[in-house]
Design a protein around this ligand. Structure first.
Ligand SMILES: Cc1cc2nc3c(=O)[nH]c(=O)nc-3n(C[C@H](O)[C@H](O)[C@H](O)COP(=O)(O)OP(=O)(O)OC[C@H]3O[C@@H](n4cnc5c(N)ncnc54)[C@H](O)[C@@H]3O)c2cc1C
Length: 466
């Protein structure tokens, strides 16, 4: 039986800058890669959504396919196993004598349990865990693991006083040939949903996208000015899908950003992108620190609030028919593409949690299902923040979704793209069609309640003042 070391892939589906692969290679044994499908992802949550919806499935499938090909060029077989950990371990043990496991630290409890069960079933005691997901290493900032400040700004300022980012790890050279075995890849229930998905999976596309955004279109140089817009692909970096599956290492993004600053320009936009990446790290470390409290209705602050279980409101969200154009347009985009901008996410989350007072976890589960870039820490961390049960010190902050539309979609182009029924209305009527009087309805040949739904709630906090 062949003695090997096993690299356990989850959200690190790439070859470049891969701590697990590098550490495993240093141990000298031939490497096999394993991707164990998390079967919980295919189950429904209490809110009725399958955790991993179709957009994410396709993105994952494409990324795994490419990883398999890329690892094969290094003679590393990738075995994709879609079965429970015990039978996956039994299968592997028929062919390999596994000496050690290298894996990335996962802050999610389900991911941790999956790995623990798998390790136990394999009977391997040597498990090496690597902080692959974040940009900053706790080796450079030990306090990230122990005494993370309760406010993001405090953490950021501490980091900015002495920035340290690990250099990129070298690419592996091929190992001597090692025989693989039949896996479950070809029987995965994932299928080709769209000929032209919103974003293609795989490390190659992710690296190309990075090059494009940074060096070809140079859109990164105007990031700060455009990041709050919702309409155009280049408005923000769109790096989150690649980061969610680890198709790009955050350190690669950082060092390429440094290269932009050295060779093109250093400006407020390049700073702001770095700043945003720190949010991702913050939620990663916060999640590690807080564990399952990330999923409690009372949040990490143990905040008691009156949450509603209102089927009519939930249905309006699911049908993108709340009667609030900015909310409905963003929900439509999410349902039709798997994407929603940060501006959209903030507004929709605030509306669900603070105006409708629906259990914020309903919204989080909805996003988990649809978002192509779903990341457990960023999603649940941001939802808690917006719902007022997380780290946001501005507890009473509510987004006025109508005012936000007026501010960030000034000409109404975004809303018209996703809600063509409103296209005939001029701004600012477009932002609150329920205010049209009889005369205006006649002029614009538009009837509220027929062409577009009446608002499900009337609340001055989400309407324009006269
Ligand atoms: C309710 C809600 C749910 C969210 N769920 C997710 C999620 O599941 N996965 C996810 O990656 N992001 C999530 N975000 C954060 C943010 O909306 C996305 O990271 C961002 O919209 C991705 O687009 P981009 O890559 O173009 O971002 P850019 O604006 O270009 O930012 C660059 C990168 O910085 C990081 N980043 C930016 N803002 C945040 C933030 N608020 N929190 C954490 N990281 C951030 C992301 O990695 C992003 O790719 C959520 C935000 C909200 C308000």
């Amino acid at each position: 039986m062949k003695k090997v070391s096993l690299v356990y892939f989850q959200h690190d589906l790439r070859l470049h800058d891969h701590p697990g692969l590098t550490a495993s290679r240093q141990r000298g044994l031939p490497i096999i890669g394993v991707y164990l499908c998390n079967q919980l992802e295919m189950q429904s949550t209490t809110f009725g959504f399958q955790k991993m919806g179709n957009y994410r499935q396709q993105f994952l499938y494409e990324s795994l396919w490419e990883l398999k090909q890329n690892l094969a060029t290094l003679n590393i077989p990738l075995l994709v196993l879609n079965r429970d950990p015990q039978s996956a371990a039994n299968l592997l043990k028929t062919k390999y004598d596994i000496a050690s496991i290298d894996a990335a630290v996962e802050p999610g409890i389900e991911e941790q349990n999956l790995l623990k069960t798998f390790q136990l079933a394999l009977g391997v005691s040597s498990l090496y865990l690597h902080h692959d997901k974040p940009l900053l290493s706790p080796l450079d900032y030990p306090w990230l693991l122990k005494t993370l400040p309760g406010r993001f700004t405090d953490a950021r300022m501490k980091i900015e006083s002495a920035i340290k980012v690990m250099p990129l790890l070298p690419l592996l050279t091929p190992q001597p040939f090692i025989e693989g075995m039949e896996d479950d890849f070809s029987t995965l229930p994932f299928f080709k949903l769209q000929e032209k998905p919103w974003m293609k999976g795989g490390e190659t596309s992710a690296l190309e996208h990075l090059q494009n955004y940074f060096f070809m279109t140079k859109s990164v140089l105007t990031y700060k000015e455009t990041r709050n817009n919702m309409l155009h692909f280049a408005d923000s970096s769109k790096l989150s899908p690649a980061l969610s599956l680890g198709l790009l290492s955050p350190r690669m993004i950082y060092w390429q950003l440094k290269r932009v600053e050295e060779t093109l320009k250093k400006n407020q936009s390049t700073y702001w992108l770095w700043f945003e990446l720190l949010w991702r790290d913050y939620f990663y470390y916060l999640h590690l620190q807080q564990g399952n409290r990330f999923f409690l209705i009372t949040g990490i602050m143990n905040t008691k609030k009156h949450w509603q279980d209102n089927a009519r409101y939930q249905q309006a969200i699911l049908n993108a028919k709340t009667g609030f154009p900015l909310v409905d347009a963003n929900l439509k985009e999410l349902y039709q593409t798997g994407w929603m901008s940060n501006r959209g996410r903030q507004n929709v989350a605030s509306f669900i949690a603070k105006i409708l007072n629906l259990d914020w976890r309903f919204g989080a589960a909805l996003f988990e299902h649809y978002l192509i870039d779903y990341d457990v820490s960023s999603n649940y961390g941001n939802w808690q923040y917006l719902a007022g049960v997380g780290v946001d010190p501005r507890e009473d902050r509510i987004f006025n979704v109508t005012l936000q539309a007026k501010k960030y979609d000034q000409k109404g182009e975004y809303i018209k793209t996703w809600l063509p029924a409103l296209a005939k209305l001029p701004v600012p009527l477009l932002f609150q069609p329920w205010t049209l009087n009889g005369l205006e309805m006649g002029i614009y040949q538009f009837e509220i309640g027929k062409d577009y739904p009446n608002p499900i709630v009337r609340d001055a906090r989400v309407e324009l003042k006269d």
